[in-house]
Design a protein around this ligand. Structure first.
Ligand code: MN
Ligand code: MN
Length: 471
């Protein structure tokens, strides 16, 4: 044995000890190469879901379509239930709970997964329509946390509903078909942007400057506000609406871009609204893949997370736990015990490490694209303020579960300490005495009009939820 070989052997002993004692996050390509094809295949369904669901309302509609095909039916309070029953509850058309009644006692707890289906966007104001200097515009008020300048000079589509004076509601979708017109927010040419570019990022484009260009052709007969009149006439012909109807409308401008593969290797998905439909869709597919669960398993698709989970469609609304209480009442179970024994994966995204912006991440505690589903023990900002901060025991439980099912996973915090922060629906679920931890997909360019995720991570999130629902 040469001296070199001896050294090699010693190193290998150290290496094996390292392997035994150290932790290293690895990519799905390394640890589960056999699953990559399935991940690519799974992405097709997800991308179709994205193209059908650009608002929370559309996500609810599409989810119900998928669930109905799989035998789920609408629940009404007081319904008799039995093991194996599959239900959904459509909450005001804007949020949804879907579940399968377990074979065990309800007092063993409900296994919940909660994602949100609203995404940052640009909403129309209640008096939006005007013309100025030969152009027609909509005034807007943005929804959720956005970098306002990112929403200029991209194709926008208009989605939403208008409730007219007679009480009827019409649905609006313009800009998704290839021959539809699109809408647009202008920005300044670089030649004249010296003053603008000297401003700080938040002021480059102000909220009031996010006005949407919607036309320029005047009504044929000469009159004041002829462009506005012509635009209103088009809306009236198409939707039967008059200007006052905007006051009772919810119209949202969203990117008029479809989900697409990104990269020569097609490993990534670009789309509007990954946050958080990239967790909502795996919840649905995991629920639909579940047969005869022991626990009652429930997928929640909540609205308004991006503005604080408020309103009667947000996670703070009572309805989700009213549904559980209603079932407890029907089955003669103690509702407080049901909640106490319930477990929840708060399915939301985290910020993936971006090599172009290393300064905001702490490399040991960040999630990486393609390293699998990410468990986020705590969120919040500064000293974990506003965070659920899951218990060691519950994180340990989830960790064991995922390892046992060969789910590739990682952990992360949201950026460096003091770099900023954020929150999820987890804390509102924890208020009900439910064990809860955040789990979801790493995202690049989160909250941008077009975000990026990796196909392998989406698939691992589906697998994680399938495993959880099978508990
Ligand atoms: Mn989110
Ligand atoms: Mn978000």
């Amino acid at each position: 044995m040469s001296e070199n070989e001896v050294k090699k052997e010693e190193k290998s002993a150290a290496d094996s000890l390292k392997e035994q004692l150290f932790y290293k996050s690895k990519s799905v390509f390394e640890t589960a190469p056999d699953e990559v094809d399935a991940a690519y295949e799974y992405a097709k369904g997800y991308m179709a879901f994205l193209d059908h669901g650009k608002t929370e309302r559309e996500c609810v509609t599409e989810a119900i379509r998928l669930l109905t095909e799989k035998g789920f039916r609408p629940y009404t309070f007081g319904t008799e239930i039995k093991a194996g029953d599959k239900f959904y509850y459509n909450n005001h058309g804007k949020s949804l709970a879907a579940w399968i009644v377990g074979s065990g006692t309800l007092e063993d707890g409900v296994y919940l997964a909660a994602a949100h289906i609203d995404s940052p966007r640009v909403d129309l104001k209640q008096h939006p329509l005007y013309e100025q200097d030969g152009l027609g515009f909509f005034k807007t008020h943005y929804y959720g946390g956005i970098k306002k300048y990112q929403w200029t000079t991209i194709p926008l589509a208009l989605h939403g509903v208008v409730t007219k004076a007679d009480g009827t509601t019409v649905t609006v979708t313009i800009g998704e078909d290839d021959d539809d017109p699109i809408f647009y927010i202008t920005d300044l040419l670089p030649h004249l942007a010296g003053g603008q570019m000297a401003k700080t990022g938040g002021a480059i484009i102000t909220g009031e400057q996010l006005t949407i260009l919607i036309g320029s052709r005047p009504y044929e007969e000469k009159t004041g506000e002829a462009i506005k009149l012509n635009l209103m006439k088009i809306l009236n012909e198409k939707y039967g609406m008059v200007e006052g109807d905007f006051m009772s409308a919810e119209l949202c401008a969203v990117p008029a871009m479809k989900a697409r593969d990104i990269g020569l290797d097609r490993s990534l998905i670009g789309a509007y609204g990954h946050d958080d439909r990239v967790c909502a869709y795996p919840e649905l597919t995991a629920l639909m893949a579940t047969e005869q669960p022991k626990h009652t398993v429930m997928a929640i698709l909540a609205d308004k997370e991006e503005i604080g989970s408020e309103g009667n469609s947000g996670m703070q609304c009572a309805v989700y736990f009213d549904l559980i209480a209603d079932m407890a009442g029907t089955l003669g179970a103690n509702e407080a015990v049901v909640r106490m024994n319930s477990k929840c994966l708060s399915a939301d995204v985290n910020a993936a490490y971006d090599p172009n912006f290393p300064e905001v991440h702490e490399r040991m505690n960040v999630c990486y694209v393609n390293h699998g589903v990410v468990i986020t023990k705590f969120t919040g900002s500064r000293g974990k303020s506003g965070s659920n901060d899951a218990s060691a025991e519950f994180v340990g439980y989830v960790r064991n579960l995922l390892d046992g099912a060969n789910v590739v996973w990682q952990t992360s915090e949201l950026g460096k300490v003091d770099a900023g922060g954020g929150g999820t629906v987890a804390k509102y679920i924890a208020q009900k005495n439910v064990e809860v931890v955040d789990l979801g997909v790493p995202v690049l360019s989160m909250h941008a009009p077009y975000e990026v995720v990796a196909k392998t991570d989406v698939y691992m999130t589906h697998k994680a939820l399938v495993t959880f629902f099978a508990e």
